[in-house]
Design a protein around this ligand. Structure first.
Ligand code: ARG
Length: 458
């Protein structure tokens, strides 16, 4: 008979037990469930709701149950629905009536909300530290290649020259905001819901503050319906993971392009690539491709969770049991991404020669010509038009921009001086980009130094 079987005349049908169980996936909450129960029971005794001896016995037995679960010496059955029922039932199995006191003043509704918050708080910290390692790997690579020049792209067309380090540091910035978003979301995870009961709190004199302190939460939920019904903290967490994954997916797309024969800007270590079962020459950047794919999966998890919650009347509804499927999948996927990226970035080889050859395209410096004209007092639109005509002229003559004489240049850019012919040097072009946030050698070196300091102590 299930622990809630008192008012039932017949047993649950097998198919229904299978349909309604969550033990197959919520067993991973066992540690959090046990931590929560231990705090709850200590509070019950302190408040005189249960005898101190019962509380001590329950707290000890909970530790033994945890050990058994960790050792794999614990039996699961779908007839006990979920991890909460399993642990309570194991307790009663060992302690009889003493164990049956554990659930006083508590419902699985506030219990599962508590477990989820404990779980997400822990995973949040783990993922943030993984993101730090990822940032460090990118900064280290930038520091190892501080002056590799490559073409920057817009519309995937050659645009202007940039430093490869600057490109990597763009992702460090994105990851920084991802870490900050998660840290901010953690504040709303870190709220203690126990004491909400099934939905209406309890008539027992519980001490919620005691449990909050014991479990290290920073606040209490302030409304029992809200405490059991909402999952916005998890939605927010998955949204932050979705944005993080989106950033990784973009980096991955860059890397896939860079690994292609056409670019060949980088080479990934063999340990991070796979081959083709048919084409012997292939070395594929599958990890990067799978990150694009796994990003889709995290979006799916976020969408599932949002959809799950949108039509639910207050307070708890069993639909909410499905939240864990999406939450666990998103957490696992994000952690899987973090388990490979730092080392993949760290071991990637940079082909400076290939980057430099691509950056030597003089068309990348066309904007520098227009800006030089602005310095000479030409309004930018006119400057743009003149340089545009110059590009057209070169194309018609079948010449590269740096292959013309000054006289030829003057046919479209009358203000051109001999200095204009020197503007096609990519290194000089990068050197001139001195603004804060710019891709010049100096600002990029400053940023590398900033991030090295910033990430040293995290
Ligand atoms: N397994 C359930 C869940 O994950 C626990 C709460 C069940 N509550 C209930 N009243 N049936 O949401």
């Amino acid at each position: 008979m299930a622990l809630w079987g008192g008012r039932f005349a017949s047993e649950t049908r097998d198919e229904v037990a299978k349909y309604t169980e969550s033990i197959s996936f919520d067993r991973r909450l066992f540690k959090h469930d046990i931590d929560g129960s231990r705090a709850h029971v200590a509070m019950l005794a302190a408040q005189g709701i249960i005898p101190k001896a019962s509380a001590d016995a329950i707290r000890d037995e909970l530790l033994k149950i945890r050990e058994r679960i960790e050792k794999g010496d614990f039996e699961y059955t779908i007839s006990l629905e979920d991890i909460h029922m399993h642990i309570e039932s194991a307790l009663i199995g060992k302690l009889g009536n003493e164990g049956a006191r554990v659930h006083s003043g508590r419902s699985r509704n506030d219990q599962v909300a508590l477990d989820l918050r404990l779980y997400l708080r822990e995973e949040c910290d783990f993922i943030v530290s993984g993101i730090r390692d990822f940032q460090k790997a990118l900064v280290d690579k930038a520091a190892a290649e501080p002056d590799a020049i490559m073409p920057g792209f817009t519309h995937l067309q050659h645009a202007q020259v940039i430093l490869f380090a600057h490109h990597l540091l763009a992702y460090v910035e994105m990851l920084q905001r991802d870490a900050e978003r998660l840290a901010d979301c953690r504040k709303r995870i870190d709220i203690m819901p126990l004491g909400s009961g099934a939905l209406a709190g309890s008539t027992l004199p519980l001490d919620r503050e005691f449990v909050r302190r014991e479990l290290g939460f920073s606040r209490l939920t302030r409304n029992s319906l809200d405490g059991v019904a909402d999952r916005d903290f998890a939605i927010e967490f998955l949204a932050a993971l979705a944005i993080f994954a989106m950033h990784v997916s973009r980096l991955s797309e860059d890397m896939i392009l860079w690994c292609s024969q056409e670019f060949s800007f980088v080479e990934l270590d063999d340990a991070f690539c796979t081959g083709s079962s048919l084409m012997p020459q292939k070395k594929n950047p599958d990890v990067c491709e799978l990150s694009r794919g796994k990003t889709a999966r995290i979006y799916g998890d976020l969408t599932a969770l949002l959809t799950l919650c949108k039509g639910l009347p207050l307070a708890y509804n069993r639909d909410l049991q499905e939240d864990k499927v999406a939450i666990f999948d998103a957490v696992d996927t994000a952690k899987a991404i973090l388990s490979v990226y730092p080392a993949m970035i760290g071991t990637m080889t940079i082909r400076r020669d290939r980057m430099a050859a691509a950056a030597a395209d003089p068309a990348l410096m066309a904007t520098d010509l227009a800006e030089k004209l602005v310095e000479l007092g030409v309004p930018f639109r006119d400057a743009h038009r003149r340089v545009g005509s110059f590009v057209k002229f070169c194309r018609e003559k079948g010449k590269a921009l740096d292959e013309v004489t000054l006289d030829e240049m003057r046919q479209t850019i009358p203000e051109a001086t001999p200095e204009f012919l020197t503007l096609f040097d990519p290194v000089a072009s990068v050197r001139k980009r001195r603004l804060v946030g710019g891709t010049g050698f100096e600002p990029v070196a400053n940023e590398i130094e900033f991030w090295q300091k910033e990430l040293k102590n995290v």
